[in-house]
Design a protein around this ligand. Structure first.
Ligand SMILES: [Zn+2]
Ligand SMILES: [Zn+2]
Ligand SMILES: [Zn+2]
Ligand SMILES: [Zn+2]
Length: 319
């Protein structure tokens, strides 16, 4: 009897263990759920009983790019459209480039070079790249005596009495100014007056006895052979042409009235203003004082620079 009870007890105990094991293995009654991992769109769910454990994660979208739409980093789901490139215009040395991703398209434009001129080297019209030097002036290597403001230089010219007799005094640029204009020198849009005040002084017996005749003309540092017009218009304006930034530009010259023209204490003195009306910034005009005999022989004043320029000529560059 005792043995039967014992065996019965063992049997009941085994059955209970088996039952519990079955419950553990095949049900969730002890809270032993087996959850699946949640995804972007599905919650975490118990694979046995279907109990929901966690919410769907939701997508984690990347930023869209030029060529790819927004994409979920977890599941690869795509949303929307690619943004497309935003190309910046091509430049001289760069093709079109996407400002977002750096993608390059096409070819660089290449430089668009101007021809060099007297004032400016060859220059790219787009980016401003400069190549080489300006074209050298025609007078670059020509010998002449250059005047400075406030420095009198010896000036030899012809006697008033006899053109074969030389007289020597001094010539000085006593003042030089760039102005828009004044009552003598009328202003003009886009132009400026370059005005030199010239003083000639002849003194001593030579001057007393012979007097003097001066001769003056104009030249251009850049172009050698262009000449000033022989005659002035009714306003005293004399035309000439300069070559500025690759273009021939009309200019004018005018001689102001004498401010001094007489004997002062045994000095024969002439002072007057010489002006040229040139495009703003033009620096090529040369005021040239030369021996009057050259003009006399040529029977004209305002000789071309090529006829008078040598080391005896006094030259003031109106720049
Ligand atoms: Zn479960
Ligand atoms: Zn996703
Ligand atoms: Zn792009
Ligand atoms: Zn360029």
């Amino acid at each position: 009897m005792k043995r039967i009870l014992l065996w019965t007890g063992v049997g009941l105990g085994t059955a209970a263990i088996v039952a519990v094991a079955i419950l553990i293995l095949f049900t969730c009654v002890f809270g032993n759920h087996t959850y699946s991992a949640p995804t972007c769109t599905e919650p975490g769910v118990c694979t046995r009983c279907g109990e929901i454990h966690s919410e769907p994660l939701g997508h984690t979208f990347s930023e869209a790019t030029c060529t790819e739409p927004s994409v979920c980093l977890r599941c690869g789901e795509r949303r929307g459209e690619p943004l497309g490139h935003v190309f910046l215009p091509a430049a001289c040395t760069e093709p079109e480039i996407c400002e977002r991703c750096g993608e390059r398209r096409g070819e660089p434009l290449g430089h668009d070079m101007t021809e060099a001129n007297f004032q400016t080297p060859a220059t790219c019209t787009r980016c401003g790249l400069v190549e080489g030097e300006p074209v050298p002036g025609a007078l670059k290597d020509r010998a002449f005596t250059e005047m400075e403001v406030g420095v009198p230089l010896p000036y030899t010219t012809a006697s008033y009495q006899d053109y074969d007799v030389d007289v020597t005094g001094t010539a000085e640029i006593v003042d030089y100014a760039v102005i828009d204009g004044d009552e003598t020198f009328p202003a003009r849009e886009g132009y400026e007056w370059h005005i030199a005040t010239v003083r000639l002084v002849f003194s001593g017996e030579d001057a007393q006895k012979n007097g003097m005749q001066s001769a003056m003309t104009y030249g251009d540092y850049y172009i050698f052979d262009d000449q000033m017009s022989r005659t002035a218009d009714e306003d005293g304006m004399r035309r000439f042409v300069c070559n500025y930034r690759g273009a021939r530009v009309q200019c004018w010259q005018k001689t102001g009235p004498n401010e001094e023209a007489d004997w002062f204490d045994h000095e024969l003195r002439f002072t007057w203003r010489e002006g040229v009306l040139v495009p703003k910034g033009y620096d090529g005009v040369l005021l040239i004082l030369y021996h009057f005999r050259l003009a006399k022989d040529a029977t004209r004043l305002f000789l071309p620079a090529s006829a008078v320029l040598d080391e005896n000529a006094l030259v003031f560059r109106m720049k």
